[in-house]
Each structure stands twice: as C-alpha cells, then as structure tokens.
Design a binder for this molecule. Structure first.
Ligand SMILES: O=C(O)[C@H](O)[C@@H](O)[C@H](O)[C@H](O)COP(=O)(O)O
Length: 295
C-alpha cells in the first residue's frame, strides 16, 4: 500500500454507487496497484458507515454460510464494537453459524474494562445469538507468551471446514475487521516493533505495547494477510491524519503497520466517513472538475 497505491494522477473513481448493497451513500473507488488493490468506501457519517459496515458483514456472512456452512469474523478493539451495533436484532442473519475471534486482545481478565472480549460482549456479542462456544476468547490468567500459544491452539483445534488452511498452511479467516491507531498500528502490531517481521507463528505475544495495557496477544501479519476479506474501519476526524499518511504517503518499512496489510488472495476495503477521509486527495479529486463524479 502507501505511495504505490496512489500513483500520482492514476487514481480515479470507478463508480459511485448509491447503496452498493452496503446501505448509506458510499462512494466506491479502486486504487490501481501493481501487487494489491484496495477499495476505499466513503460514507457520509460514522452512523451511515456503521450501517454500511454491518451490511457488508452480513453479506459476507451469508456468502460464507452458503459456501461452507459457517462464517469466521475477527474483531479488533476500540470504537469498532459500537459500529457493529446495527447488527443487533437484524433479521435474516444466521448468527448460529458465526465463529468470532479476536485479531488482538489484551492479557487481562475477561471482566476487565481493558478486555476486548468484554467490550465486544457488552456492546454486541452478548446481544446476538452466537453460541458462546463459538466465541474464541483469550485464556485468562496465563503469562502472555502462554496466552498467545493457547490462542493459536484454539485456532488450530477449529474444524478445518470452519477455518480452512491455504497452500502455505495458514488459516483462511472469512473477514477481519481492523481499526487503526493514530500511530498507524493495526491489531497489536505497532510501528517498528519486532512482531511485524514474524512469519512463523499464528499468534504472537506483545509485552511492551506503547498503548496500555502493555501485555497483549495479536495475530501475525501472515495470518492477517491470508484472510479472505479485510475491512479497515476508520470513522471520525481523529483518524483523518493517519488515514492520509497510510494511503498517500510512502513510509519506511514498518513505520506504518497498516501499510503492511495486503491480503494475498483476499479483498481489502477501507471504510471511511466524511471526516476520516477529509484529507485524502482522491476525495478532493472526486469533487473536482478533473475527476467528475460518475453516476
Ligand atoms: O487493542 C487495541 O488497542 C485495539 O485492538 C486497537 O488496535 C484498536 O483497534 C485501534 O487502536 C483503533 O482504536 P479506536 O477505533 O478506538 O481508535
């Protein structure tokens, strides 16, 4: 990603779709790229973005369930959970076939205010009929290295029809939802940290996270990039600067971990709202005479 996603003057909207099956009024762009593609979908507000996100999650769930009888959804922490609340009470979604994992988790008890599991459960997971045994939480009370190994073990023990492997033996998750931090981190993969280079483990321990709490577990980049689909979700003015840096500025390798999210076979989408996309030049081009809106 980065600069090669934005070759100057080569980015043009391929379509503007009202709804696009995602709800709200997204504008859909494609970024030509030698080795990967991303779609940036701009919503009017965080609320319409949340509706669009949930429509997309439900659509991919439906597709996965038709194909293999189950859907694996992977969550990160932070503001994402609130964006998932439109799924609560949604008709026509077969939650009984969902399996929910965490792309990263803090090494704290499930009852802790810092727990992603608690945040997800209180906001969304506890309000939809996903069987509890299909929610894969971090084991409590282990040293962080053991917690990472144990979580990888939970993944390894999953039915291979639910969680198939690719040709490299990596798990192929159906959809990973990633938030981004102001420093460009995704999951618990922080700028210039050694975990970015790890290729031989599914789940890593982190004991010096710059964002508290310091002890976390995180899926590795190869596992993230083996997913069928990744949605990077960033709403609000607080994300505008980092979104612009990630999508439009070439950084040194590892300086912006979000630039290393490039699914090998899967589809990468960025879901933004008017505020978080306000600094992107493509959005300005889209409104300019040089790049008129298509209908
Ligand atoms: O454990 C964590 O710290 C989160 O998983 C983290 O990676 C989060 O997703 C981003 O920092 C975005 O968080 P916000 O959406 O709350 O800004």
């Amino acid at each position: 990603m980065g600069a090669h996603l934005m070759p100057s003057g080569e980015v043009a909207p391929i379509s503007t779709s009202r709804g696009a099956g995602l709800g709200g009024t997204p504008h859909l762009f494609a970024y030509p790229n030698k080795d990967s593609e991303a779609e940036v979908i701009q919503f009017g507000s965080a609320d319409t973005g949340a509706q669009g996100l949930c429509a997309h999650v439900a659509e991919l769930a439906d597709k996965a369930i038709k194909e293999k009888g189950s859907f694996t959804l992977v969550l990160s922490g932070g503001s994402l959970f609130k964006a998932l609340t439109p799924l609560v009470g949604q008709q026509g979604v077969d939650f009984s076939k969902w399996h929910v994992l965490f792309v990263d988790e803090r090494n704290v008890p499930h009852s802790s205010a810092d727990s992603n599991y608690k945040g997800a459960y209180d906001t969304f997971l506890g309000k939809v009929p996903i069987p509890k045994e299909q929610i894969y939480a971090i084991a409590e009370g282990l040293p962080v290295e053991a917690a990472a190994t144990e979580y990888a073990g939970q993944m390894l023990r999953m039915d291979p029809i639910v969680l198939p492997r690719n040709a490299s033996g990596l798990p192929v998750l159906d959809l990973i939802l990633l938030g981004i931090g102001p420093d460009g981190h995704v999951a618990s993969l922080f700028p210039n940290h050694k975990e970015l280079a790890v290729k031989d483990s599914w789940v890593l321990s982190v004991n010096n996270s710059p964002k508290p709490p310091p002890e976390r577990i995180t899926m590795s980049l190869p596992v993230i990039n083996a997913a069928k689909a990744i949605d990077v979700v960033a709403f609000g003015a607080g994300k505008a600067e980092v979104v612009q840096r990630i999508l439009e500025v070439q950084s040194l390798p590892g300086a912006l971990p979000a630039q290393l999210v490039r699914p090998e076979e899967g589809k990468l989408r960025w879901l933004l709202d008017a505020e978080s996309s306000s600094r992107l030049s493509i959005m300005q081009w889209q409104d300019s005479k040089a790049f008129p809106r298509s209908s």
